[in-house]
Design a protein around this ligand. Structure first.
Ligand code: ADP
Ligand code: MG
Length: 709
């Protein structure tokens, strides 16, 4: 066959197939990316086992003779076959099957089967094993199984990956970047490691491969951690070359900050005072601050933000405050604005609101306030940083619930912030960047944050304001809904308010969940004379606000909602939170939700309603999550458990960036490698800058920006 030199352009015009699109979506574009898409596990198809020597849960490949095969209807239509390998018998079940399957499993035939063995009281069973004729040659090497998606069949992916690997190894894509004398001890060469991990020899221990302690894995993890550390350190160094406005701490008694202190209805906790000082000294330096303020739900981050804003305004600069949604922006900053606005007014300064749903006229008026500098405080959603918004002198940007912003949004935000035009007349001379304070109620364990986020300073509020009553958390089976409704009735007669949270807003065939609309109807019927409201994300903004304000003012007794209330809402009179299908929520999400109650002095409770689903039991991770919720109310302990349940790769990935940031290394296990990478990163940047650049490019390609977000 002749080689068609135009095939590239032809291929570009052809629409992508489903698996091609899936590859793209997974970021598998370059041969390098393919080669770095490493197996998540391996299957040993090199050997045959026997039923009697296998254990419950093992993946077993064995050969056996079919004893019986029939279609049964218990409980639903399925093909059921019984086979024996001489050592024991096993029942095979297929819920989806084709006529040729019955043929392959004719009584008396000898077949090779492969699947997960379940050893119940009633004997061995296997669901949907793969079936082949017995006697075919066995695989010579372990079979890699790659992380994939539903649209991407394993066989297709495997071929693509191995093709990419071969091409990458032929090119100079994987020449060593780490100077030999700096390599971590006992690791293999890079090319050798890659070759091995994609094609391990059958004699290697599966355990070593699977727990990733094998030297080839160690090498890949080291490379990955180094790439992370390099890109973070680079970002930090770049930032330190920028100028930021010096927001000196003013001690003037008529200053905004001093007056704010005077109107606060409480004294700061020790932890608040400490973080306020940390931030105050950061913003007084001419280097842009890049700080994460973390503190549990209700720990009082808003007042810390207000004091930072006041310091900024006292220095003659503008402060922008952003929350991920309009409801949050309003709910969350209402108090802050309530404190600051009366102080600003006599100084001729104003507060501007910028949101997506604003009418043009109102928005234009606000934009004018921002541009003239009259608005010292600019509050809103990410509309605050949209193109049209021109600050006269933006000195400090505060992002609340920063983990709720999408990665792309956070990137846009940072770009906008470092965009010189943002500064109006202050922008002459060296590039300026405002100080950045991010706030999050989803704590990252401190040591993890400090070691992993080289480009982030962290302040932690580890103490709740006094006078809080602990929240009692109960796990209740869905079958006892009626008792819960009874409890709601009692609470209502005591003048309390109730949240009821549901995971979905519309009936979905796939997930037979009771939706918010249904629950709303049920509760309306069960509680005549009580105002029961409904709030979900697809409602028009105005309607959401109306519902929220009825609840905040106390007229509405029960608020049924999807997770739009997840963060930020402050209704001290709400003392009971019911979370439906709690087993479907993530641990930190449950904790955030629970934080909506227990804000006043009344004893508060959180009821986690769970349903057992079709298997009649909760998954291990779901029950671990629910148990953690019942056992502790401490956000840091919750974060620690979450880390334990999910593993740090996923923990950091989904939480902090929206994209998996560590694919191979596991910070809970690979502390030593992390330390090695931390020490090597500055050496590489200083002494081997071109190697460092090549290293980051190889690992992160276009993604390195995402790490800064
Ligand atoms: P979060 O950290 O979740 O944003 P908030 O800032 O909303 O918490 O604070 C929760 C509640 O605690 C608010 O009603 C706030 O006014 C109150 N609060 C904050 N700091 C203190 C304090 N030092 N003493 C008493 N109440 C406080
Ligand atoms: Mg808050």
């Amino acid at each position: 066959m002749s080689v068609d030199t135009t095939s590239n352009t032809v291929a570009e015009r052809k629409p992508l197939s489903v698996p091609q699109k899936a590859l793209r979506k997974m970021g598998l574009l370059r041969p390098v990316d393919m080669a770095l898409h490493l197996p998540m596990r391996y299957e040993d198809e090199t050997r045959l086992g026997t039923l009697s020597s296998a254990r419950d849960g093992d993946t077993l490949q064995f050969e056996a003779v079919v004893q019986s095969c029939q279609v049964v209807f218990k409980p639903r239509r399925q093909l059921q076959a019984v086979v024996t390998d001489g050592s024991d018998i096993c029942t095979l079940r297929f819920f989806n099957f084709y006529p040729n399957m019955q043929k392959a499993l004719e009584v008396g035939r000898k077949v090779r089967l492969r699947g997960e063995l379940r050893g119940g009281f009633m004997g061995y069973t296997m669901m949907h094993p793969t079936v082949q004729a017995a006697g075919a040659p066995l695989a010579a090497a372990l079979t890699p199984v790659y992380p994939s998606t539903a649209e991407l069949p394993q066989a297709y992916l495997r071929k693509a990956v191995l093709g990419g690997l071969a091409r990458a190894l032929q090119s100079d894509a994987f020449t060593e970047t780490i100077p030999r004398e700096h390599l971590p001890p006992h690791t293999w060469g890079l090319r050798e490691s890659l070759q091995f991990l994609h094609h391990p020899s059958p004699d290697v221990s599966l355990d070593e491969l699977e727990d990733r302690s094998h030297p080839a894995w160690q090498r890949l993890k080291a490379e990955e951690l180094l790439a992370q550390q390099l890109s973070q350190l680079q970002a930090k160094r770049e930032r330190q070359l920028l100028n930021a406005p010096v927001l000196a701490h003013s001690t003037r008694a008529d200053g905004v900050r001093a007056q704010l202190h005077a109107v606060l209805p409480f004294t700061l906790t020790g932890a608040q005072t400490r973080v306020v000082t940390e931030i105050a000294s950061d913003v007084a330096r001419a280097v842009p601050m890049h700080r994460l303020l973390q503190g549990d739900v209700g720990s009082g981050k808003t007042v810390v933000a207000a004091l930072a804003a006041a310091q900024c305004i006292d220095a003659g600069w503008q402060c922008a405050l952003m929350a991920p949604t309009e409801i949050l922006a309003e709910q969350h900053f209402a108090k802050l604005v309530g404190w600051l606005a009366p102080v600003l007014q006599p100084l001729g300064l104003q507060v501007a609101w910028l949101t997506g749903s604003q009418k043009k006229k109102e928005r234009d008026a606000m934009l004018a306030l921002v541009a003239s500098g009259e608005a010292a405080l600019v509050v809103g959603t990410h509309a605050v940083i949209q193109d049209k918004v021109q600050f006269k002198a933006l000195g400090l940007a505060i992002i609340d619930e920063q983990h709720r912003f999408g990665v792309a949004q956070r990137l846009a935000l940072r770009q906008k912030l470092s965009d010189a035009e943002t500064f109006g007349e202050h922008s002459e001379g060296t590039p300026q960047e405002p100080h950045l304070l991010m706030m999050s109620a989803t704590p990252i364990p401190r040591t993890l944050a400090m070691s992993y986020y080289a480009d982030l300073d962290v302040s932690t509020i580890d103490e709740l304001p006094p006078g809080r009553t602990p929240i009692v958390t109960k796990l209740v089976a869905d079958t006892r809904r009626d008792e819960i409704i009874e409890r709601i009735r009692v609470q209502l007669t005591e003048g309390r308010q109730i949240y009821w949270v549901c995971p979905l807003i519309e009936e979905s065939e796939a997930l037979d969940l009771r939706n918010a609309t249904d629950t709303h109807q049920d509760l309306c019927n069960a509680l005549p004379g009580v105002m029961v409201g409904l709030l979900h994300s697809r409602m028009p903004q105005a309607e959401k606000k109306a519902v929220m304000s009825l609840f905040v003012q106390g007229q509405m007794g029960v608020l049924v909602s999807t997770t739009v209330i997840e963060v930020g809402v402050d209704v001290p009179n709400a003392s009971l939170m019911v979370i439906e299908h709690a087993e479907r929520f993530g641990l930190s999400q449950l904790h955030q939700l629970r934080g909506r109650v227990g804000r006043g002095a009344a004893a508060s409770a959180c009821v986690l309603l769970y349903s057992l689903g079709e298997h009649g039991r909760l998954s291990d991770t779901a029950s671990a999550r629910l148990r953690a919720m019942a056992e502790t109310g401490d956000g840091f302990e919750i974060a620690r458990r979450d880390l334990e349940i999910r593993g740090p790769g996923e923990f950091l990935g989904s939480r902090q960036s929206g994209a998996a940031m560590l694919r191979f290394a596991d910070l809970a296990v690979d502390g030593e490698l992390l330390q090695w990478a931390q020490q090597l990163a500055p050496v590489m940047l200083d002494q081997y800058p071109s190697n460092a650049a090549r290293h980051v490019e190889r690992w992160l390609g276009g993604k390195s920006d995402f790490l800064k977000a």
